[in-house]
Design a protein around this ligand. Structure first.
Ligand SMILES: NC(=O)C1=CN([C@@H]2O[C@H](COP(=O)(O)OP(=O)(O)OC[C@H]3O[C@@H](n4cnc5c(N)ncnc54)[C@H](O)[C@@H]3O)[C@@H](O)[C@H]2O)C=CC1
Ligand SMILES: O=C(O)[C@H]1OC(=O)[C@H](O)[C@@H](O)[C@@H]1O
Length: 269
């Protein structure tokens, strides 16, 4: 049976989410090209493995050859030095889009992050038009990726869905994740609609499951028809409400970005 794509590229294939997606995206393409700077093991049937540093422009150019669409999950995924973030996330994402453009690739799904808006408070309810408020240099790099993809859409017509992932792990591991949790099944469904909706233009989609509480309004991405099915409700008992969350004086619980507010340099007294 013919599959929708000939060749789908997944960057970050050796990472936590890459490993989860590796088998699950196979029904979508004849060939899944897996790429990372790290070890991805042996290529299995229907796979190609290309070890590549996103900061290496020539290597990224080759990486995009023959690719129909990209799931861009590679890069540094937590706070780090500016130099490291600059190479992997800023130069890396630029290299990717330049290669996407030169090879005529039509669509990218960019693994953005809730840390683009981490300086909103946990009492705020925001949507895709709310100004970015990154909480870390990592968050700033994801804002760069979102702006860059907007530029490549306006300038070159390359479509991107910026998926602002909340917390995509097997289950919530703290009370904050009862709000930000994004199950693997819901993640996969968000990628499916992002790849297969006929026109996405440039869309920002918040990636969270149908949790009982939410900080994010996805109405601006309604054209994707994304309907999360999971909910963190079944994990709520792991975090009994003692009235202590959110404590009024704890930066990491006042702001949506949680612990990222405490990472990296602190400039305020
Ligand atoms: N897991 C989550 O809850 C969230 C993930 N994201 C984003 O989703 C993506 C995947 O996340 P995870 O799998 O959790 O992160 P991860 O850190 O496990 O995986 C990232 C992968 O990118 C690779 N990488 C790093 N620098 C690279 C470079 N210069 N060239 C090529 N590959 C490089 C790493 O080797 C790693 O395998 C990341 O972009 C992350 O920022 C965003 C929000 C939440
Ligand atoms: O906010 C969160 O929970 C997540 O956000 C991210 O962007 C990170 O990649 C991930 O490691 C965090 O756990």
């Amino acid at each position: 049976m013919t599959k929708p794509f000939k060749r789908l590229l997944l960057t970050g294939a050796a990472g936590g989410l890459g490993k989860i997606l590796r088998d699950r995206i196979k029904p979508w393409a004849d060939v899944v090209r897996l790429s990372d700077i790290g070890d991805m093991g042996e290529a299995r049937e229907g796979e190609e493995i290309v070890q590549c540093d996103l900061a290496d422009k020539a290597a990224v150019f080759k990486l995009l050859e023959g690719v129909d669409a990209v799931l861009h999950f590679g890069g540094i995924s937590t706070e780090n030095t500016f130099e490291n973030i600059m190479a992997a996330n800023i130069a890396g994402t630029y290299n990717l889009y330049e290669a996407v453009h030169k090879h005529g690739v039509k669509r990218v799904i960019f693994a953005s992050s809730n840390h683009t808006i981490g300086y909103y408070k946990t009492t705020d309810y925001i949507d895709a038009d709310s100004p970015m408020r990154p909480d870390s240099l990592y968050g700033v790099s994801k804002c760069f990726g979102e702006s860059l993809s907007r530029y490549y859409y306006d300038r070159a017509g390359i479509e991107t869905v910026c998926l602002r992932i909340g917390s995509s792990f097997p289950e919530p591991v703290n009370p904050r994740m009862l709000v930000t949790w994004f199950s693997y099944d819901d993640l996969l469904e968000s990628l499916r609609v992002s790849l297969f909706t006929p026109r996405v233009g440039h869309t920002i989609l918040f990636g969270a499951s149908a949790n009982p509480a939410s900080w994010w309004d996805n109405s601006k991405a309604a054209h994707l028809g994304f309907k999360p099915k999971d909910s963190s409700t079944r994990f709520a008992a792991n975090f009994p409400d003692t009235g202590a969350y959110p404590p009024k004086d704890d930066v990491a619980t006042i702001y949506q970005g949680g612990g990222f507010l405490m990472s990296g340099p602190q400039y305020k007294d």
